[in-house]
Design a protein around this ligand. Sequence first.
Ligand SMILES: Nc1ncnc2c1ncn2[C@@H]1O[C@H](COP(=O)(O)OP(=O)(O)OP(=O)(O)O)[C@@H](O)[C@H]1O
Ligand SMILES: [Mg+2]
Length: 392
Amino acid sequence: MVETTYINQSKKILLLGAGELGKETIIEAQRLGLTTIAVDRYENAPAMQVAHYSHVIDMLDKNELRRVIELENPDFIVPEIEAIATEALIDLEKEGYNVVPTAKAVNLTMDREGIRRLASEELGLLTAKYKFADTLYELQTAVKEIGLPCVIKPIMSSSGKGQTVCRSMEDIEVSWNEAIAGGRGKKARVIVEEFIRFDSEITLLTVRSVSGTSYCAPIGHIQKDGDYIESWQPHHMSTEQIEQAEDIAKKITDALGGFGVFGVELFLSEKGVYFSEVSPRPHDTGMVTMGTQDLSEFALHVRAILGYPIEGIRLLTPGASHTIKAWEESKNYQVTGVEEGLSVANTQVRIFGKPETKVGRRMAVVVSTGDSVEEARKYAQTAASKITVSYQ
Ligand SMILES: Nc1ncnc2c1ncn2[C@@H]1O[C@H](COP(=O)(O)OP(=O)(O)OP(=O)(O)O)[C@@H](O)[C@H]1O
Ligand SMILES: [Mg+2]
């Protein structure tokens, strides 16, 4: 392979996780002249299709992780997912590697326990009541303390995997089994949370950069079975709610440190703004920013990481996103109806190019804009209803 001098001299960014969010991050990194490397546990992952180089490894294996990082010697290590052997990143940071935003942030958010304890026990943020359990017996005791209904989740999982709402004592065993089957980590451990009857939920994208901390307009979203279906920006909030939300976001992101975008997930309820969780990286509901902002969450992430200034973030228009999911398992699929979907006004589509479908797997996203959030949501919903995943 012939390499240009330019590529040889440019800084290297290595992404751990090569899904749709990583793909957009890589594209933005290339726009600023970086050499890009994508790593994931399967071949031909979305971000690998656009990265300069890629590796397929088990990212939960700390020796494999270290081997690839030492081989590539990147200037920036950027985790895109939670299921990584984060303890290796702590050591690598001590040895001089730059882990984005910080190894501490990545380690604390790797599972639900570290971040929840930090938010609630150290920073005093309002969260749902919670307990942890390692056995079915402990879970039964924990559920009695938290009360019904409650939400039971594996401590390490994402996109709602292994998560159930437990409504009666008879449900507990089913919830336990779901959590154990859906969890990513090696240990069988779950969190039980009080069920919050929120009015709405938002992601507050928070950017820490050399210019200080700034916030994107709040993104409202709807989740089904713990996974996001629709998001919109801006989400209407009172001045008091915005102040509370920004205060929570500032505290939690200051505690995590480093430069980059954070997705702060919050529940808005009569009792106030609850902290739910935070991703120290762009957020799936934030894909709407590809249509609404002058700099998308991916562009902001890369710019912040590189230490470039970010003087204010401009929301150009109201917008909405809607996911397109697969409902069967197949290596032979097509995203169909794109032409019909794109005949809806102000609408774009991003097809991720995942090599295979799985039940409930997100395969594409529609992003629409409008004069109002209502109009943008209507466009995105209409377009998404025309685009489907079909199997051969
Ligand atoms: N305590 C709770 N009370 C009410 N609803 C909840 C609670 N916890 C989670 N949910 C609902 O489930 C969704 C997913 O939960 P959570 O964000 O904890 O899981 P996740 O698997 O990490 O999701 P993702 O990785 O997609 O953000 C939340 O966005 C919310 O809609
Ligand atoms: Mg979440």
